[in-house]
Design a protein around this ligand. Structure first.
Ligand code: ZN
Length: 349
């Protein structure tokens, strides 16, 4: 059995990895992702499905029913399909309490600061991005990481793997094509007594191929704009004729949907505005994406996010409404690139 160096886990799938069974790499993942998120008062947004009960949702996330009720100002246990609940991950249990395996010799730790990018981290330590990925093969993204994530800083290029129970070091070395002498030297291994299940081993010179491929795919998805809502397109971007020789320029795309329908972030990013706009947008959410582009979501009946919050692609951010200057429930979506509103249809996938 070979430890899986990389699993297709993204920030968007926080829920999935909470229910995985424990294994060394899950420990790393939990410590890399969950612990810092918890410190940052993270929560998951969960849409209630038909047949869901508060108790069942609480159980699914390992939180107390009371915690869930408090976090959502629910007077009773009445929830309806389509409701969006906040589940505070700080209160979640399970998988988090595992002790952190010690990093291999010569490794340092770095805690990601607010606004700090991985490019800045590799420059600061004089290592390559490949080396950083090799030391942290369970990274969820190269561009969107929560503040407070702890990164291992390796002495050079190679791959960090967890030694699973029952796995022979020699098999591991062979599976990755590593050099046994190099592995022994890099990990200060003098004999079998230096091996413990769950320990982190550094395989010098082994490229983190699977992790790099996965992260490239994540980056591709993160830089794609998905539909924030499905509905009838009632007004397109561009000049619209108002009759009597007057016209106006419509800076966005209108998608009609029943009031209360969930609007999701079209791409991951940081919320830069969330609340009432007196410029006709009504309840408005603005999300800034990597590279500086912004998406605006107008006329919402309810806003589900706060300024400064990180949102993943596909995460609920607001509910459809007809607030502001609007003639019926719809989402008015704008896409701003370099400060200019362009046609969202040109980018939506
Ligand atoms: Zn519009």
């Amino acid at each position: 059995m070979i430890p899986r160096a990389a699993r297709p886990i993204t920030v968007a799938s926080r829920r999935q990895h909470r229910v995985r069974t424990a294994g060394p790499l899950v420990w790393i993942l939990s410590l890399v992702l969950i612990a810092p998120l918890a410190r940052a008062q993270a929560y998951a947004l969960v849409e209630v499905r038909a047949g869901d009960a508060v108790g069942a949702i609480a159980q699914r996330y390992g939180v107390d029913v009371e915690v869930l009720l408090d976090a959502n100002d629910l007077a009773g246990h009445l929830i309806r399909p389509g409701d969006v609940l906040r589940v505070p991950l700080l209160e979640a249990r399970g998988g988090v309490a595992e002790p952190a395996p010690e990093p291999p010799p010569g490794f340092r730790r770095h805690t990601l600061a607010s606004g700090e990018t991985l490019t800045e981290v590799v420059e600061r330590y004089g290592i390559t991005m490949t080396a950083l990925v090799g030391a942290n093969p369970d990274l969820s993204s190269l561009d969107r990481l929560p503040v407070g994530v702890e990164l291992l800083i390796p002495p050079g290029e190679g791959l960090v793997v967890g030694l699973e129970q029952g796995v022979a070091l020699t098999d591991l070395i062979e599976a990755y094509g590593a050099d046994p002498a190099e592995v022994a030297r890099a990990n200060h291994l003098r004999g079998p007594f230096d091996l413990r299940p769950g320990m982190l081993l550094f395989l010098p010179g082994v490229a983190p191929v699977a992790a790099l491929e996965r992260l490239a795919h994540v980056r591709e998805l993160e830089n794609t704009y998905v539909w924030p809502l499905h509905g009838r397109l009632t007004s397109y971007y561009g000049r619209r004729n108002l009759g009597l020789g007057t016209s106006s320029f419509h800076r966005g795309l209108d998608i009609a949907a029943p009031s209360g329908s969930t609007i999701v972030a079209t791409r991951s990013g940081t919320v830069t505005f969330a609340g009432w706009s007196d410029r006709g947008y009504g309840n408005l959410v603005k999300v800034r994406h990597a590279g500086g582009a912004e998406t605006w979501y107008a006329h919402a009946s309810r806003v589900l996010v706060r300024v400064g919050e990180s949102v993943s692609q596909g995460e609920p951010i607001a509910l459809v409404g007809s607030t502001g200057i609007s003639t019926g429930p719809h989402l008015h979506l704008e896409l701003h690139v370099q400060g200019v509103a362009i046609d969202p249809l040109s980018e939506l996938r």
